[in-house]
Write a new protein. Structure first.
Length: 153
């Protein structure tokens, strides 16, 4: 904890509380708009695939900062729901690539505007310079933690 201007500041706690609020608001937004057949984390996979379809599960895990078993479970669920499909890699048949199905693309079309609205809400009252500073500082904090603890996230 650091004391600044007579206030105790615990950056880890602030980040955790912010992350918790974001997760809760994301799930509430999906549910409120009739998208409760998918979790926020599952939607994250669909969103990543919408930007770069045909990724390996390991790539998705790295992009989202999740471990492979979690990603595998979520992909299993998404495949059961018909939002994604897995195909064997043409160069290495032991490895599977993940693709959006037509239903997956439709889900992204419906849910992505909800995510965009959430982004607008989180930056409410901030100037572009403040947003840039916030993101820059968060990246610096993340890098400091990764360097200090020798993490490869």
């Amino acid at each position: 904890m650091k004391r600044i201007k007579n206030i105790d500041i615990d950056l880890g706690l602030e980040m955790a509380l912010t992350s918790s609020a974001y997760r809760a608001a994301s799930q509430k937004t999906l549910k409120t708009h009739g998208q409760d057949d998918i979790t926020r984390e599952q939607f994250g996979i669909l969103l990543v695939l919408s930007l770069s379809d045909g990724l390996y599960q390991t790539q998705i895990a790295n992009i989202l900062g999740k471990d492979r078993p979690n990603i595998t479970r979520m992909i299993d669920v998404l495949e059961t729901k018909g939002f994604i499909r897995r195909e064997k890699d043409a160069n290495n048949r032991r490895i599977l690539k993940v693709f959006l199905t037509e239903s997956g693309w439709k889900k992204v079309e419906v849910a992505k505007p909800l995510k965009d609205r959430m982004n607008e809400a989180q930056y409410k009252g901030m100037t572009d310079d403040e947003i840039y500073t916030l993101v820059s500082l968060l990246r610096k904090v993340r890098k400091n933690i990764e360097d200090e603890y020798k993490l490869n996230l």
